[in-house]
Design a protein around this ligand. Structure first.
Ligand SMILES: NC(=O)c1ccc[n+]([C@@H]2O[C@H](COP(=O)([O-])OP(=O)(O)OC[C@H]3O[C@@H](n4cnc5c(N)ncnc54)[C@H](OP(=O)(O)O)[C@@H]3O)[C@@H](O)[C@H]2O)c1
Length: 269
C-alpha cells in the first residue's frame, strides 16, 4: 500500500473529486480527515470508507476516516479543522487543498466583487491558510506533502469565470513558492490541473449555466467542448484521484513545484 501510516487532511471531501481522493487514499492505507460544509455528505463518505478500508495498525484504535464540517472561507474554520485532525490522528502528513466552487458565470464587467472575493477565498486563501498551519509540523518532522487542486482553467482561456481562473492560476504560484521554501525541509508541494470532470456537482452546474448563457443544448455544448480535448472525453474523479495518489506518495519523491495536467490532452505546459 502506498500510503501506509499516513494521515491525510482532504478538503472538499464530501463528494466529487475530494471524495474519490479520500476513498483511494484510505484504500492505500492512509487515515483520512474529511471536511466540507455539508455534514450529511461527510458522514456518508466517512461511513463508506470505514466500512471498507483496510485495518489501521493494531496499535491504533482509530477508524480510517473522521470528519468535521467547516466553511473554509473562514480563517477560524481552517484553524479548527487542522486542530481537530491532529486531535483525532495526532499528525498531518498530507494536505490536499481541494475544496471549491465555480462561482457565477459572468463577464468581468458584471462580476460582483463579493463573489470574486468568495471564490478566491475558498480556493486560494484557504489553501494558503491551511498550508501555513501544517507546514511547521511538516518542517519539524522533515516530511510532508501538500497537493493543491488547480484546473485547466489556470492554463487556458474560458470566458465568464474570471475569479475561478484567477484563483486556480494563483494556486500554481502558491504551489511553486511553497515548494521552493519547503524542498530542503523534506516537504513536497504540487498541483493537479484537471480538465472537465463532468460527473461532479460543480461541473454539472457549470455546464447548465454555460448552456443557458449561450442559449444552446447542454449536451451539445458539452460534447463540443469534449471534442476539443485530444482524447475527446471527460476525465473521471477516479482518474484525478489516481494522479493525487501518485503526487502524495513516495512514488513521486523527486517531483515538487509542478502542476500535473490530467485533462485528456488539453493544456501542454
Ligand atoms: N469537476 C471539474 O471539472 C473540475 C475541473 C478542474 C478542477 N476542479 C476542482 O476540483 C475541486 C473539487 O471540485 P468537484 O468538481 O469535485 O466539485 P464538487 O463535487 O462540487 O465538490 C466540491 C467540494 O468542495 C466543498 N466546498 C465548496 N465550498 C466550500 C467551502 N466554502 N468550505 C468548505 N468546503 C467547500 C464542497 O462541499 P460543501 O458544498 O458541502 O461545502 C464539496 O465537498 C475544486 O477545487 C474544483 O475547482 C474540478
Amino acid at each position: 500500500m502506498l500510503l501506509q501510516d499516513q494521515i491525510a487532511l482532504i478538503t472538499g471531501s464530501g463528494r466529487g473529486i475530494g471524495r474519490a481522493i479520500a476513498r483511494l487514499f484510505a484504500k492505500e492505507g492512509a487515515a483520512v480527515f474529511l471536511t466540507a460544509r455539508t455534514e450529511k455528505e461527510l458522514a456518508e463518505t466517512a461511513a463508506e470508507i470505514n466500512a471498507s478500508a483496510p485495518p489501521l495498525p493494531s496499535s491504533s484504535k482509530d477508524r480510517a476516516a473522521a470528519y468535521a464540517t467547516a466553511d473554509l472561507t473562514r480563517a477560524a474554520d481552517c484553524a479548527r479543522i487542522v486542530s481537530q485532525c491532529r486531535e483525532k490522528f495526532a499528525k498531518i502528513d498530507i494536505l490536499v487543498n481541494n475544496a471549491g466552487h465555480y462561482g457565477p458565470v459572468l463577464p468581468v464587467e458584471d462580476y460582483p466583487l463579493a463573489d470574486f472575493d468568495a471564490v478566491l477565498s475558498v480556493h486560494l486563501r484557504s489553501a494558503f491558510l491551511l498550508s501555513q498551519l501544517v507546514l511547521p509540523e511538516m518542517y519539524a518532522r522533515g516530511s510532508g506533502v501538500i497537493l493543491n487542486m488547480s484546473s485547466l482553467s489556470a492554463k487556458a482561456a474560458f470566458s465568464w469565470g474570471s475569479a475561478y481562473a484567477a484563483a486556480k492560476a494563483g494556486l500554481l504560484g502558491l504551489t511553486r513558492v511553497t515548494a521552493a521554501e519547503a524542498a530542503r525541509k523534506g516537504v513536497r508541494v504540487n498541483a493537479i490541473c484537471p480538465g472537465p470532470v463532468t460527473e461532479t456537482r460543480m461541473s454539472k452546474e457549470l455546464g447548465a449555466d454555460l448552456a443557458r448563457r449561450l442559449g444552446v443544448n447542454p449536451e451539445e455544448q458539452l460534447q463540443a467542448f469534449l471534442n476539443g480535448l485530444l482524447q475527446g472525453r471527460a476525465q473521471t474523479a477516479e482518474e484525478i484521484a489516481r494522479a493525487a495518489l501518485f503526487l502524495c506518495s513516495s512514488q513521486s519523491s523527486a517531483i515538487t513545484g509542478q502542476s500535473l495536467n490530467v485533462d485528456g490532452g488539453a493544456a501542454f505546459y
